[in-house]
Design a protein around this ligand. Structure first.
Ligand code: AHR
Length: 496
């Protein structure tokens, strides 16, 4: 098939907006096998671990330099009572995880274990507090327990539990989806509650909390408006969740074995986040033209029907090349909104929804989505460069999306990286690039692609989908031509 022709222009000398590395953040909830088995196996497990945290998962996540990890939920956060998760593990009370499968939660993974996980990963913690069913006092005491160096009740309790020095905790969320599972609140009621709870989230012992308020559901800009109006000056960020659902909630389709219609719909739905971010940003711009309050997409990713035979409450799904493209499209969009979008956390890190890692007891694999995080790592902290792209459509069944999506950035050393996605699973695309400003005249690149739309890694073939060297391009003075195979993600570095 003849290639679709796209034209791209980028100015490597443009000032650009810094891409916050936290846009490559993660989210791990007490849900299914994310925390238990996926990250926490316990000190007595035959699975190699460090203080109960599995070594293979930590090693894989360290490679992609996870910047920040949100915990303990999600919906679980507004039912979580942190004092159940401290002290000797055998004494910790159990609870029922009502949101996620109704299973018994033994609280063996609590505050100390989570902070240890963050330390082992070398990432920043991001804790979501309980506004839905917890008390102001409970939240106040959690922050004191974590961050106070004083001779105070909670700091002393922490010391009694074996941790002398306070931790540093920057990111703290005032509830999760409080319009839904976090308390079914109206925006005015939530704003008042947020202000009340937030008053007692203290900056203690030199720790400064970055305060995240619960943001809107979907396209509900009224929520954004009310929150910015009533509480905009008491927050550092408003959170926003967006899941790519390729169908109705009652028929989301499977993660593998889908047809092209589902492929197309998935990518179209993934691209919809662009308009939603723009709509909420426009409201925020009215109240905060300087951009002091960030929009953080602290849950995003694909949400399919669960794998046949698995617990519907565990949200376990395979992860294919389609998910890799969804991830790349999201990053391209987040980079475009770098001025407002200061963090994004994929849901979720292990064994749940669009995971980086899947485990089966002692076995572990990394997914195509993981590989996109790794390939796109070059953009972390770099300056997002404006890209003008004219792309032909990839059309199917009366609906069309751009065949090519692109992002570019300039890193601290001055190297320009260009990432491209070809959404069309059948047709190659040829991208004629005009490059101006200081940009290297040679390039090297990597590609993620596969034969099948649903190509994925299994425990038997864990490297079925993996990045490879990419040579399908030519460079000239101020120009490059890139030949993208169908359904591919490519990252190029321009060097001298
Ligand atoms: O990630 C799964 C769930 O999706 C989270 O618990 C909740 O915040 C969202 O609705």
């Amino acid at each position: 098939m003849s290639p679709a022709k796209a034209v791209l222009a980028l100015d490597a000398g443009a000032p650009g907006t810094a891409i916050n590395p936290n846009v490559y953040g993660h989210f791990a909830e007490h849900l299914g096998r994310c925390i238990y088995e996926g990250l926490w196996v316990g000190e007595d497990s035959p699975i190699p671990n460090t203080r109960g945290i599995r070594n293979d998962a930590v090693a894989a996540l360290r490679k992609i330099r996870v910047p920040v990890l949100r915990w303990p939920g999600g919906c679980f956060a507004d039912e979580y009572h942190w004092r159940d998760g401290i002290g000797p593990r055998e004494d910790r009370p159990r609870m029922i995880n009502t949101h996620w499968g109704g299973v018994s939660e033994n609280n063996h993974f609590g505050t100390h274990e989570y902070m240890d996980l963050c330390a082992q990963l070398g990432c920043e913690p991001y804790i979501c507090g309980n506004v839905g069913s917890g008390t102001v006092r409970e939240m106040q005491e959690w922050v004191e327990y974590l961050t106070s160096d004083a001779d105070s009740p909670m700091a002393n309790l922490r010391r009694a539990n074996g941790r002398e020095a306070p931790w540093k905790l920057r990111f703290f969320g005032g509830g999760n989806e409080n319009w839904g599972c976090g308390g079914s609140m109206r925006p005015e009621y939530y704003a008042d509650n947020y202000l009340r709870y937030n008053t007692y989230v203290r900056n203690l012992s030199g720790n400064t909390v970055y305060r995240v308020a619960c943001g809107p559901r979907g396209a509900d800009t009224v929520w954004t408006e009310v929150l910015m109006q009533l509480a905009g000056t008491a927050m550092n960020a408003l959170s926003f969740h967006y899941y790519t659902v390729a169908g109705e909630w009652t028929d989301r389709g499977l993660a593998t074995g889908f047809d092209e219609a589902r492929w197309h719909l998935t990518l179209r739905r993934a691209l919809d986040i662009d308009g939603l971010i723009a709509a909420h940003s426009a409201v925020m711009d009215r109240y905060d033209p300087a951009g002091a309050v960030a929009l953080i997409v602290d849950e995003w990713g694909t949400w399919y029907d669960v794998e046949p035979g698995t617990n519907p409450g565990f949200l376990y799904q395979q992860n294919s090349l389609r998910d890799a493209l969804v991830a790349a499209l999201h990053f391209n969009i987040f980079h475009r909104h770098a001025r407002r979008v200061a963090m994004a956390n994929i849901a979720q890190t292990v064994n749940v929804l669009q995971a980086m890692i899947l485990t089966d007891g002692p076995r572990m694999l990394v997914t195509p989505t993981y590989h996109v995080f790794e390939m796109y790592a070059v953009h972390k902290g770099a300056s997002a460069l404006p890209v003008a792209l004219e792309s032909p459509d990839y059309a199917l069944g009366g609906s069309a999306i751009p065949a090519v999506s692109a992002t570019a950035s300039r890193d601290a050393a001055g190297t320009v990286h260009l990432s491209l996605v070809n959404t069309d699973p059948n047709r190659p695309a040829e991208v004629a690039c005009r490059l101006s400003g200081p940009v290297g005249s040679r390039a090297h690149g990597r590609i993620l692609t596969a034969q099948d739309m649903d190509a994925h890694n299994t425990f038997e073939r864990p490297a079925a989908v993996a990045p490879a060297e990419f040579t399908g391009f030519s460079t000239g003075e101020g120009a490059a031509k890139v030949s993208l195979p169908p359904k591919s993600v490519v990252t190029l570095a321009f060097v001298d």
